[in-house]
Design a protein around this ligand. Structure first.
Ligand SMILES: C[S@@+](CC[C@H](N)C(=O)[O-])C[C@H]1O[C@@H](n2cnc3c(N)ncnc32)[C@H](O)[C@@H]1O
Length: 266
């Protein structure tokens, strides 16, 4: 039987993320597209400095939950940019949240962004940057949209340690038939891999890199909630995350600031 709203609220309430815990659990479940993006956003915002009035790009915002969260929690103005989710759908959610003046849904591919150079105070990306940001030259493309000194912060699913061959427990089918490791998982990388990608660039100063402590446990607990409230688009992965026990899977966070240096193509 599906848990009641009160039970769901209790399950999604974790001390680690007090801001995210306040949001309507049904809204969070209805608009999720993977791991709980509000938890990931709150973790990122412990490191980034977002202040009221800042212009923020939420890259790969999905159903714009994190855009709503950032506008509500930090008073920033957000351009909610996504590819798969249509802006009209996100606009409906934005209006329901009463944020018409501070969240603007945009439909744009990550390599063809319709913004002015130097426009944003901050760019964030939750559970999305790995889809478009692993190429060597992508950083130099996206930082042009930041003003000098502007902040870039991402959280991606990543690897605790690297491997040559995929560990068997990540490919073994789960009882629900779902297989965790698909081809898109080759975009999962270690914290060291991500740091190296950005640290060699003269366009940014890397400020922090971190693995979410106990990230696998938080992820597993979220997937358990999905299991109790399904069916969802993808079968939940708590079984494989349990098997993994944090040996390989986790969340990587990285933040940086744009330096004064201009990109070659700016
Ligand atoms: C797993 S979903 C996460 C969505 C949202 N950030 C969240 O956590 O709920 C990944 C998002 O990345 C976006 N995305 C993937 N490739 C993209 C691209 N090339 N350009 C723009 N967005 C992209 C998709 O549209 C999708 O909504």
């Amino acid at each position: 039987m599906r848990p009641s709203k009160t039970e769901l609220a209790e399950m999604l309430k974790i001390d680690r993320f007090p801001r995210a815990s306040k949001y309507d659990p049904e809204w969070v479940l209805e608009n999720q597209m993977g791991p709980n993006s509000l938890w990931l956003a709150e973790w990122l915002c412990e490191t980034m400095r977002l202040e009221p009035g800042m212009r923020v790009l939420d890259m790969g915002c999905g159903k714009a939950m994190t855009s709503v969260f950032l506008a509500k929690e930090f008073g920033v103005t957000v351009w909610a940019n996504d590819l798969w989710i249509k802006p009209t759908e996100n606009w409906k959610r934005v209006k329901e949240a009463g944020l018409e003046a501070r969240v603007f849904p945009i439909h744009a591919e990550a390599h063809a962004l319709p913004y002015a150079n130097g426009f944003f105070d901050a760019i964030v990306s939750l559970d999305a940057y790995h889809y478009f940001g692993t190429e060597d030259l992508y950083l130099s493309y996206i930082v042009r949209f930041l003003k000098p000194g502007g902040q870039l912060g991402i959280v991606v699913p990543g690897l605790v340690r690297d491997f040559e061959e995929v560990p068997e427990h990540l490919t073994r089918p789960q009882k629900n038939g779902g297989v965790f490791w698909g081809e898109d998982c080759w975009t999962f990388h270690t914290l060291e891999w991500w740091r190296r990608l950005w640290a060699r660039s003269s366009l940014v100063e890397v400020e922090s890199t971190e693995l979410l402590p106990d990230g696998w446990r938080i992820w597993r607990d979220w997937e358990k909630v999905l299991d109790l409230t399904g069916p969802h688009m993808f079968p939940p992965d708590h079984e494989v995350l349990e098997r993994d026990g944090g040996r390989y899977m986790g969340f990587v966070q990285m933040t940086a600031r744009r330096t004064e240096a201009l990109s070659w193509s700016e």
